[in-house]
Design a binder for this molecule. Sequence first.
Ligand SMILES: Cc1ncc(COP(=O)(O)O)c(C=O)c1O
Length: 417
Amino acid sequence: MVNVAQLRKLKNLPPQEPDFLRRQVDSYYIDRVAPWGGGHIMIGRAPGEDAVRLVSNDYLCMARHPEVISAQCEALEKGDSALLMAAVFLHGDNPQARFERQMAQWMHAESAVLSQSGWAANTGLIQSIAGPKVPCYIDMFAHASLWEGIRSAQASAHPFRHNAPEHLESLLRRHGPGVVIVDSVYSTSGSIAPLSDIVSVAERHGAVIVVDEAHSLGTHGPEGRGLVVELGLTSRVHFRTASLAKAFAGRAGIVTCSERIAEFLKYTANPAIFSSGLLPHELAGLEATLQVISRSEDRRRHLHRNADYLRAGLSDLGYNLELSEAQILGLEAGPELATMALRDALEARGVFGSVFCAPATPKNRSLIRFTVNSELSPAELDRVISVCAEIREEVDLASWPSTRRRRHPPLAAVANA
Ligand SMILES: Cc1ncc(COP(=O)(O)O)c(C=O)c1O
């Protein structure tokens, strides 16, 4: 007679889940996934060959750029021994230090510190600069990695209303100097932060400011240097961060800061100490990408032209894109079941966006994000617009909370009035 433990071993089954773990996982399947009536909301159908994909953050189509690929291949073939270790062990001049200097110079900053991802850059920065109980004033739509940094610093989060400098000011008055944290371009709606006003408020109250430029570095500003450079705020913003997995199409993150703080970050940010750094071919690819990006005015122009065209077309159809000012367009169906209906209607017609739901958005503000890139053709954009026109009744656009929130009626409605 075999007992249960022997049977598990015989059948190569994993160990039994203790109660606390079973409850935790049950709540995912029962409370989260079951109301979706099958699979996870993120999983729709697979795109076919001719699908229009509006999902990648490779805004300037850098991933396949021949100069980037050949720089990566050359580094791999050269076989420079990859130092598989955390960045804290890097000494002297090295490829990472060289790329950091290039990025700092390009972004008009004194110094830059590279990390493994935008997530690592943000969590490591906030964890290092905000001690326990330091007030952190964060836009309520700021990226989750910035919230995670506050959590790991055990600092106090004081969220302010999205893009509302006056609300930020009232919180600063109440809680005193601390760290003000915003994104330059918000990743679900494509809204742009009123950076000049936010910086002025932060300065008036002696606060430090962190701007996450993940969605503006490479795409905005002179030669793609970002919005802080474009607005002439470099000497007033203490820290800029960015994921280099967007326009740079790599796997890395960056923080700009003063030289003094750069050293402090390199030896205090947990991802720099406890997680391995980048590989030589990744650094070579990023260096080549920087060269290409800084002379990619045409790509930037195409990107913004494509985004403007799609935004105008969808807006005329009645979709509320009033928040979007950049290459991110959020079709906010609201409740998750409405977003699933939208996902299915789009995908059935060969248009693929990304589902954003809780925890990336508030529970009742889920949406499909369309991410525009510089190489989308006019025919592809027209196809997206005509699909969105065709599905309006099927997805019940008129009943979406975002449609009812719209301040300005679509132009077509004005013309027909
Ligand atoms: C605003 C913002 N910051 C940080 C990140 C994290 O970047 P990464 O994917 O490089 O970890 C993202 C990615 O989704 C983002 O949108």
